[in-house]
Design a protein. Sequence first.
Length: 253
Amino acid sequence: MAISAESLGFTEEHVGPKTWLAALAEFIATLLFVFLGCGAVVTITGILGSGPLTDPAALVAIALTFGLAIATLVGATAAISGGHINPAVTFAAVITGKTKLTVGVVYIAAQLLGAVVGAFLLDLVVVDAVSDPSNLGATRLNDAALESTGAGVAVEAILTFVLVFTVFATAIDKRGLGHVAPIAIGLAVFIDHFVGVPLTGASMNPARSFGPALVSDFWDDQWVYWVGPLIGAGVAALLYYFAYLRGHEATEA
């Protein structure tokens, strides 16, 4: 298919009010996701004094908060923007043609800005004693548990693969159980945290890592939280599209 303004989304339909309102929903949802998820980290590690690496209950609480937060926010925004709330999900939708390029760029900008504002608001309401990078939710690699930085990339890629494969199977594939997609996506994030938190912090979302990093000025291995999720999302999206979607859509056409 030839590349055109229509295929890329450079039309009034795709850069009009509907897209900007959808982007606003992505901004709000990502802001709340970062505030709630990282707020759980602040509460548990900075105020209650429990750490997910040493206290299983703390790990469960953090995983549950992130999982429930994304399930709630996906459900709230699915009808408006598709409930991406994650640059990796938007990237996956763009490369498979489910979202136009221009819309994807606007979404990602909104998500990053929302993550920064969410982290800023969290930093604003907690005292300095509990707002250091680890307690503000900035993701970091656990060098004591990982073989290498590349292993961290691999962990983030695999975790994001689980998430994006679930998104495609439940929310994008019309044969999926769309009404339970938010629950399935929330469970994917919840489960991923049990493996990912002790290793990489279980980001799976460049915006979720970028916001706290910018506000706390903590940039250690930040590239890992872009490269890993984008690789995982890309592989999951392309695999699902070519193995399960393309033929089915062609049959329906």
